[in-house]
Write a protein that binds this ligand. Structure first.
Ligand code: DAH
Length: 342
């Protein structure tokens, strides 16, 4: 094997290298030519067969061949990598002129919206918005509202009890079953004239059905001042109904019983639905003139002051206002339902 033969080998190797068109083919080529069992290694092995005086020149020539092929391999590899990158970039182009995918916008839950609508109607009439605790003590939820331990009214509300005694020994801790305990909490903190609404979540250990959930929102209202009458209650509720239901809404009272008011009433409303239909008389809420015992429990003299209170179910307001047939829709998290109230 002389220099000329080696040059031929080089030409052959380079031609094959040229035709290796991707990185796997390149690896195969490398094995064939430069690997441990490759052709260049075989050429090096040939040294043994040469006369001593030829070995040095041959060795140098084969080494040069090896270096030449290695350099060519590196160059080819870099070239292929580069073109693979170009290819990837070209096939992965982003058309920055295309319009983007719009981010989906959430919106307020229909009950949150109802709470805002209802409370803002009362803010327009000069009420303040208060809040109270969801975990209550028996005393506020029942006792101070004229519902003593043995009173049958207690069985009207199935209560989630948390413990038998709160830390201060004031009786059992429970999840409030209505917002009415806030009547007392407000009277404890401010002197008449009082005009507040207190929205908030309430809980009852009830089996759920189309008209019952085990949690729901109520809004309590309390007005205490001199010479407050049932007519004020009715006027306030009529204004509310016109603001929230329809401008031609009408209200009427029927007798009701709640131990913390005397007289107690239930409010019926009749109004026009968004589709133009007039509703029947529908029951909306419980109300009445604050019972003298309750005023006294709140540190207010019933001979000097009088007041009215009411408590409305806010889901009920939304059910009536939008003509929805099942209270469970509100908390089922079904977007097909919720998206209608965007
Ligand atoms: N607390 C009553 C309930 O949960 C609602 C209620 C009735 C509130 C009469 C009042 C009221 O303030 O006067 O059903």
């Amino acid at each position: 094997m002389d220099n000329q033969d080696l040059q031929q080998v080089a030409a052959e190797a380079l031609a094959e290298l040229e035709s290796a068109s991707d990185l796997p083919a390149l690896t195969r080529w490398k094995g064939q030519w430069l690997g441990d069992k490759g052709k260049v290694r075989a050429l090096i092995g040939n040294i043994r067969n040469l006369a001593t005086d030829q070995r040095s020149a041959y060795g140098q020539a084969v080494n040069a061949l090896k270096e030449q092929l290695e350099a060519a391999l590196n160059e080819r590899e870099a070239g292929l990598k580069q073109s693979a990158l170009h290819h990837a970039l070209a096939s992965d182009t982003v058309d920055i002129t295309l319009p983007g995918r719009p981010a989906e916008m959430g919106h307020m839950h229909v009950i949150s919206r109802t709470i805002r609508e209802v409370t803002s109607a009362f803010v327009q009439m000069g009420f303040q918005i208060w809040e109270g605790p969801e975990v209550e003590v028996d005393r506020y939820n029942f006792e101070l509202l004229n519902i003593p331990a043995e009173h049958p009214a207690r069985s009207m509300q199935d209560t989630f009890y948390i413990s038998d005694q709160d830390k201060r020994g004031t009786g059992s801790l429970l999840l409030r079953t209505h917002t009415s305990p806030n009547q007392m909490r407000v009277m404890e903190q401010v002197k008449p004239p009082i005009r507040v609404v207190v929205p908030g979540r309430c809980y009852r250990a009830e089996r759920t059905d189309a008209t019952h959930e085990f949690y729901f929102y109520q809004m309590e209202a309390l007005v205490v001042a001199e010479k407050v009458t049932l007519a004020d209650l009715k006027g306030t509720l009529a204004t509310f109904a016109r603001l929230v239901f329809s401008p031609d809404a009408e209200v009427r009272f029927v007798c009701g019983y709640f131990s913390y008011v005397e007289p107690g009433v239930e409010l019926m409303v009749r109004y026009t639905l968004p589709n133009g239909k007039r509703t029947n008389w529908l029951e909306l809420l419980g109300a009445g003139m604050v019972h003298p015992n309750v005023l006294r429990n709140g540190g207010i003299d019933p001979d000097k002051y009088s007041g009215f209170a009411f408590g409305m179910g806010l889901e009920r307001v939304a059910l009536l206002k939008y003509g929805i047939d099942d209270i469970r829709h509100f908390y089922a998290n079904d977007l097909r339902f919720l998206e209608q109230f965007g």
